[in-house]
Design a protein around this ligand. Structure first.
Ligand code: CAA
Length: 389
């Protein structure tokens, strides 16, 4: 039985800051941001948007009557959860008015949480072939104003339906994963911004890629030449580019050309949205599918997931006949093109407007309400969400 991703959708805030403008204000060379880091724009969430609203906005595009009737689990991978106890999956479950006879759970292991959810969904469908699983990977990456990590912030969500006989891409039973406890990046629960050992984290990302990629090739008797495209967790696009380079030394010249071109296609959304942690790899997959019209059914796509702390996994998927009918490329292009650019002071004001985990009551400014689902307030430490008409 084939199991995989039947449909995929994304959501990201309607506001962004231009990184050339930000570089100038910070006194940095813009080329460092756009070439050295490889980012052009960064999504900025207003305080009415969090992982629940973005996750619900992405997932609502996928929940058809047939999915509603077959859904067995709602899994949310995130590292910017809104509560240390109650899962974001339950808030989203309520906003989407999903049936009560499901499991609704949140998973955490830094940026790897989305892949953990995807693999759990895959295993569940193997045991329940008539069921589907809603997988959501949503995050807001915050490092702080004028920090080294600022240029690698971002916000967004990717939702996926995992089921048998998927129409988009299979998840092949070929994955190789590795876990080792290290301190490259983390966020204490009392803090709303992450702590990163910047250079060390980039070294570990590459070391984990090399380890799982070597083992993957050995176990599956596959090389880079067997891949039509490779996608990566993208904390920023240059990071993925460095990992791809590690996969290419023994590849045929046409493989090098193909994988580099398709890597560029996979980074287009990340360049404009930034790091969305758990969703970044899947945003890369969506970006590749939306921007490369030469891909064909039967093509093998590689996926590298990395979550600091650290867990990494490499696996592949095979594109299915008619896969391009499942894509919404024009909708995504419009969604990004219609965003509102913020000045740097406006971005800084939104960033500091209401920091996450502040227990004080507050009501987000309705002037920034966008999308179907919004956070309308936090009152008595309870979060109030609303579905807008
Ligand atoms: N023109 C062109 N390129 C320039 C340049 C210029 N004027 N100035 C600098 N550069 C280049 C540098 O040469 C460097 O490129 P290389 O890495 O290829 O050498 C690149 O721009 C970045 O420069 P620095 O290393 O000096 O950048 P920095 O010290 O300011 O910080 C960072 C970079 C460590 C990534 C920082 O943004 C950060 O800490 N980010 C958060 C942590 C992170 O994203 N880690 C990634 C791995 S961990 C992970 O993947 C999990 C996750 O999602 C967080």
């Amino acid at each position: 039985m084939k199991i995989g991703i039947d449909a995929i959708a994304m959501d990201t805030p309607d506001f962004y800051v231009d990184l050339v403008t930000l570089a100038k204000v910070r006194g940095d060379d813009p080329d460092k941001y756009t070439i050295g880091i490889g980012q052009d724009e960064q999504a900025v969430p207003p305080s009415s948007q969090d992982i629940v609203t973005m996750g619900a906005n992405a997932a609502s595009q996928l929940v058809t009557p047939a999915i509603r009737a077959s859904i067995g689990m709602v899994l949310v991978g995130t590292e910017s959860g809104v509560d240390a106890s109650k899962s974001a999956a339950l808030f989203i479950h309520q906003l989407l008015d999903l049936p009560e006879w499901v499991r609704a759970v949140e998973l955490k292991e830094a940026c790897y949480g989305g892949t953990a959810a995807l693999m759990m969904a895959r295993d569940y469908v193997a045991g329940h072939p008539d069921k589907s699983v809603l997988v959501i990977a949503a995050d807001i990456a915050r490092y702080g104003l004028a920090t080294a990590g600022e240029v690698t912030q971002g916000a967004g969500a990717v939702a996926m339906i995992v089921k048998a006989e998927p129409r988009l891409i299979t998840i092949e039973p070929d994955s190789v994963y590795r876990s080792t406890s290290i301190n490259d990046f983390w966020r204490p629960i009392y803090q709303d911004t992450a702590i990163a050992q910047g250079k060390y984290s980039t070294e570990q990302y590459l070391a984990f890629f090399q380890a799982v990629w070597d083992r993957y090739q050995e176990e599956n008797k596959l090389t880079a030449d067997n891949f039509a495209g490779m996608t990566f967790h993208l904390p920023y696009t240059k990071m993925g580019k460095k990992a791809l380079d590690l996969a290419l030394p023994k590849a045929e010249p046409q493989t090098v050309k193909r994988l580099k071109e398709r890597f560029d296609a996979s980074t287009r959304y990340c360049r404009r949205i930034g790091n969305i942690y758990t969703g970044s790899l899947y945003l890369g997959l969506l970006s590749l599918l939306d921007h490369d019209a030469t891909l064909q059914a039967g093509d093998r796509i590689g996926l590298f997931s990395y979550g600091s702390g650290a867990v990494a996994e490499f696996f592949s998927g095979i594109l299915q006949p008619g896969f391009s009918d499942q894509l919404q490329s024009a909708v995504h292009a419009r969604q990004l093109d219609e965003r509102q650019q913020l000045t740097v002071p406006a971005y800084e004001a939104l960033f500091s407007d209401k920091v996450p985990y502040d227990p004080e009551d507050y009501r987000p400014d309705p002037a920034y309400f966008r999308g179907q689902f919004v956070l309308t307030g936090v009152v008595g430490q309870e979060r109030l969400y609303e579905k807008r008409p």
